[in-house]
Design a protein. Structure first.
Length: 299
């Protein structure tokens, strides 16, 4: 079966099945999918390969994949800001960077209180341009990054202004924070804690700080995979990677079901003209499938 349906609402959100088509393979470990609305293409990272790649629909039934940025400093998560500039988490340098229209790179964050960040992992941008990102240690281990000693004593969630000022540690009690996403009205922030296999949610205060931490959902099931990438669709359903593939949660935190992906999944995102094509970055390959409810175009 291509899906595991746990609640009948799954059929209204995803459909009766989810058949994933392979668009490309032979990569080291894919991550960080983000759709470019203006250009109509997908950017994704290959961390161990030290390259970012670009998928376009032209070039045949499965499109064409080409190099977008190389070297990428072992890039992971990506997001576009309100001006359409690409913000990227770099494992090899422990930096959060932004690509400017002229092609230059601006460093937005690299150190906290004089110590090097662990390895920025995933990033989201609020509608006012404020940037939130997670900082686990995955980029300091073999294969996923550059092995080196950790300088900070915590794995946190941070906020930084669009100009790179006022880097603020918001939460420091995660085991390993990973994917994150805002609710549709940006009043809440969801964050995966990978080793704990759950999604936490926070209230977003008017000043941008986070409060009222609680576990929103446990991510359970059969098969390989952990809570890593995390997104929200246009109806407020929360998608996360997990055992067996992509787990879909209703806004009330009920797990509606699981979309089974052919390889262990790290991340995903929506794209295409109607934003109902779901792209999956799964280990050595890039896949796509179709869903009924469109993704959140803020991505």
């Amino acid at each position: 079966m291509s899906v595991e349906i746990r609640d009948e609402r799954f059929r209204e959100v995803v459909g009766d099945d989810a058949l994933f088509e392979q668009l490309g393979t032979g990569f080291d470990f894919t991550e960080g999918a983000i759709w470019n609305h203006e250009g109509g293409f997908l950017i994704f990272s290959d961390m161990p390969g030290n390259v970012m790649r670009k998928w376009t629909p032209e070039g045949g039934p499965t499109g064409r994949i080409e190099v977008f940025r190389q070297p990428s400093n072992m890039a992971n998560g990506n997001y576009y800001d309100p001006q359409g500039r690409l913000i990227t988490c770099e494992h090899a340098t422990s930096r959060l960077v932004r690509a400017e229209p002229d092609g230059s790179i601006t460093v937005l964050a690299s150190h906290y209180e004089g110590k090097e960040l662990n390895s920025p992992n995933d990033v989201v941008v609020r509608s006012d341009g404020t940037i939130y990102f997670t900082d686990p240690i995955f980029g300091r281990v073999e294969f996923y990054g550059i092995p080196r000693e950790q300088e900070l004593s915590h794995q946190g969630v941070y906020r930084v202004n669009p100009d790179g000022s006022d880097l603020t540690l918001l939460v420091s009690d995660f085991e390993q924070p990973n994917g994150l996403t805002f609710s549709l009205d940006e009043s809440h922030l969801f964050v995966n804690d990978t080793p704990k296999s759950h999604i936490r949610v926070f209230d977003v205060e008017p000043n941008g700080n986070l409060s009222n931490s609680r576990v929103w959902a446990e991510v359970t099931g059969e098969g390989d995979g952990v809570p890593d990438g995390l997104k929200i669709d246009s109806a407020g359903n929360v998608y996360t990677t997990g055992p067996g593939g992509i787990h879909v949660f209703a806004p009330d935190a009920t797990c509606l079901g699981v979309m089974h992906v052919p390889e262990v999944l790290a991340n995903f995102n929506w794209g295409g003209d109607d934003f109902r094509t779901l792209f999956a970055t799964a280990s050595t390959s890039l896949y796509r499938t179709r869903v009924k409810v469109a993704g959140n175009r803020a991505f």
